[in-house]
Design a protein around this ligand. Structure first.
Ligand SMILES: Nc1ncnc2c1ncn2[C@@H]1O[C@H](COP(=O)(O)OP(=O)(O)OP(=O)(O)O)[C@@H](O)[C@H]1O
Length: 257
């Protein structure tokens, strides 16, 4: 088992000839097991597309994504999830007709143990145990009192926390979070910060895309900066804050670090 859990090697994504990710060289960076990477860059820099390439929403045009030694470049989202990869989306997704609790339970319908284990009957926890796990996740994100509500009654920030709860029950080894603080009120942001620090301390590898740099820089132990789909800078948060190229391209522009 190597220390590297995620590696992008010369990754390129083109949409109708437009290179959204990759720049001239292709995008390459790696992440150590248990690391907490902040992925930042101006609007349109390619952050969400990079998440899509890692999680299997779409394949790269060229290059390779390796997760824990396995080439996942051509795998589907279900296959990457079965390997232990979790993600949330920039626009939160939920089953509109289900309750808050049932949305979290639905996350357990794709166990990290994989479909084969389910087929063989090796993964059959009791309903009560599943409910207990889902309720514990809702407690952690501050939504336990809302468990029987329809998700239609949740605010945008609460929907984001629900997405986090859906990942917590699955306990992925690598968790990608796309703008988790967007629309989340300061109280829930504090809770989110505690949850992410707790996951990090417990050994989960995290990659977080975030425009709230104050939030991200206090949690991440390394940062990758993208600009026009290419790697602009990579390093410790304190060094990134001081990097003149980053300040010129991003931090100094319209964001308060
Ligand atoms: N499905 C698609 N088809 C065509 N172009 C796309 C598609 N997805 C993304 N793009 C383009 O790729 C570029 C990178 O987009 P992406 O959403 O990855 O950036 P981002 O860094 O996540 O931006 P933001 O911070 O605004 O969310 C943008 O120019 C975008 O318009």
């Amino acid at each position: 088992m190597t220390d590297t859990i995620l590696e992008l090697d010369g990754v390129v994504k083109e949409f109708a000839g437009f290179r959204a990710v990759g720049g001239p060289q292709g995008l390459s960076f790696s992440l150590r097991r248990g690391g907490f990477l902040g992925l930042i860059g101006p609007n349109g820099a390619g952050k969400s597309t990079t998440f899509n390439l890692i999680s299997g929403v779409m394949p790269p045009t060229a290059g390779r994504v390796t997760f824990d030694g396995t080439d996942i470049s051509r795998l589907s989202t279900a296959e990457t999830a079965a390997l232990g990869l979790g993600r949330t989306f920039q626009t939160p997704r939920a089953f509109a007709s289900l309750s808050v609790l049932d949305n979290v339970m639905a996350g357990l319908a794709h166990p990290a143990e994989g479909p084969l284990a389910a087929l063989l009957g090796r993964w059959k926890p009791a309903e009560a145990e599943l409910t207990g796990r889902a309720e514990a996740a809702l407690e952690r994100v501050g939504l336990i009192a809302r468990r029987h509500d329809s998700v239609a009654n949740l605010s945008g920030g609460e929907l984001r926390m629900l997405e986090v709860a859906r990942q917590l029950v699955r306990a992925p080894r690598l968790l990608l979070l796309d703008e988790p603080t967007a629309g989340v009120d300061p109280t829930l942001q504090g809770k989110l910060s505690e949850i992410l620090a707790g996951l990090h301390a417990a050994g989960t590898t995290l990659v977080v895309v975030e425009h709230n740099l104050g939030f991200l820089m206090s949690l991440a132990d390394s940062v990758v900066v993208l600009q026009n789909g290419a790697l602009l800078a990579e390093g410790a948060p304190a060094d990134i804050r001081r990097d003149p190229a980053v300040i010129a391209a991003y931090l100094g522009a319209d964001h308060d670090a």
